[in-house]
Design a protein around this ligand. Structure first.
Ligand code: SF4
Ligand code: SF4
Length: 294
């Protein structure tokens, strides 16, 4: 059997001082690729499973060096048209040619052993703050062997492990991962399945069935609701989610306010911000919605 340390996957970031991805100070590992395509996605660079090149518009001087360097002839100054992205071979010639540092690859292969070693070096911080490792994405259950290997190695080293999921995976995948996890951070976006499909690209029956089974198994689950202006931050939508959660036996719900700062990431991929006018919910509005949940 393959050594757990040698299991590989694709990551696009690691944050060693995360404060909002579970208890204490966390090392959050971002796995690339997601089966959903949420209209408001906070990390558009996480959606594709393969590494890809992003463009930082504010650094670009529009000199055109990347255009001339590209053997595929798919670069405009800085950008690749979305319909041409699949033709990029990741040869790196454009990155090398760019004098402004405006191009970067998002995504690289990593081993579970390398990530567990990084986490092991942070154990004094975890011990002091009650923190640990959080595996997120993208959607980490879509790289289940990799996520399982990271979680198993960290747990064996005495590190608390959480996993954030959209819940869209076969139950067998969730069940296997549950053996290696201390905490699930489980997204519930919309109670209505048709609306869920319209906004995320998939209905929610499997997500709800997995959550029900996970709770029945005794797993520690914190349900999180990302509040999206005009989509699910109305009284009615939150009441529906809370009612659904209660019917499933959920004990803890966290409402996550919208983060407008992430809209700028869409320009990295040459895409328009899908919610350019959306604002973070005020503390007063959050309190109203929290009261509905309670
Ligand atoms: S990585 Fe290579 S193929 Fe892709 S855009 Fe840059 S130069 Fe072109
Ligand atoms: S080489 Fe760099 S600075 Fe010049 S157009 Fe391309 S991305 Fe912009």
């Amino acid at each position: 059997m393959k050594d757990l340390r040698d299991v590989t996957g694709t990551i696009f970031d690691i944050d060693q001082t995360a404060l909002h991805d579970g208890p204490g100070v966390r090392m959050t590992v971002f796995l690339k690729g997601c089966p959903l395509h949420c209209a408001w996605c906070h990390s558009p660079e996480s959606q594709a499973f393969a590494p890809e090149i992003v463009w930082y518009e504010t650094r670009c001087t529009h000199c055109g060096a990347c255009v001339n360097a590209c053997p595929q002839r798919i670069r405009r100054p800085g950008l690749i048209a979305p319909e041409d992205r699949a033709r990029c071979t990741l040869c790196g010639a454009c990155i090398e040619a760019c004098p402004a540092g405006a191009l970067e690859v998002k995504g690289r292969e990593a081993t579970a052993g390398e990530i567990a070693d990084m986490a092991a070096r942070l154990t004094p911080f975890f011990a002091r703050t009650g923190g640990g490792v959080t595996i997120t994405g993208g959607e980490p259950t879509a790289q289940a062997d990799f996520a399982h290997a990271i979680a198993s190695l960290c747990r064996d080293a005495g590190i608390h492990v959480a996993l954030e999921t959209c819940g869209l995976a076969p139950w067998e995948t969730i069940e296997r991962l549950a053996e290696a996890l201390d905490l699930w951070l489980y997204d519930l976006k919309l109670a209505d399945s048709a609306a869920h499909e319209a906004y995320t690209g998939a209905p929610n029956e499997q997500i709800i069935a997995n959550l029900r089974a996970l709770l029945a198994s005794g797993a520690d689950v914190l349900v999180r609701v990302p509040l999206i202006p005009g989509v699910n931050d109305t009284d009615e939508a939150v009441r529906e989610i809370a009612t659904l959660a209660r019917s499933l036996g959920v004990e803890r719900i966290e409402l996550l306010p919208f983060n407008p700062a992430t809209g700028g990431k869409y320009s990295w991929l040459g895409l328009p911000d899908p919610l350019p006018d959306a604002q973070r919910q005020s503390p007063e509005r959050l309190a109203e919605l929290q009261a509905i949940c309670e």
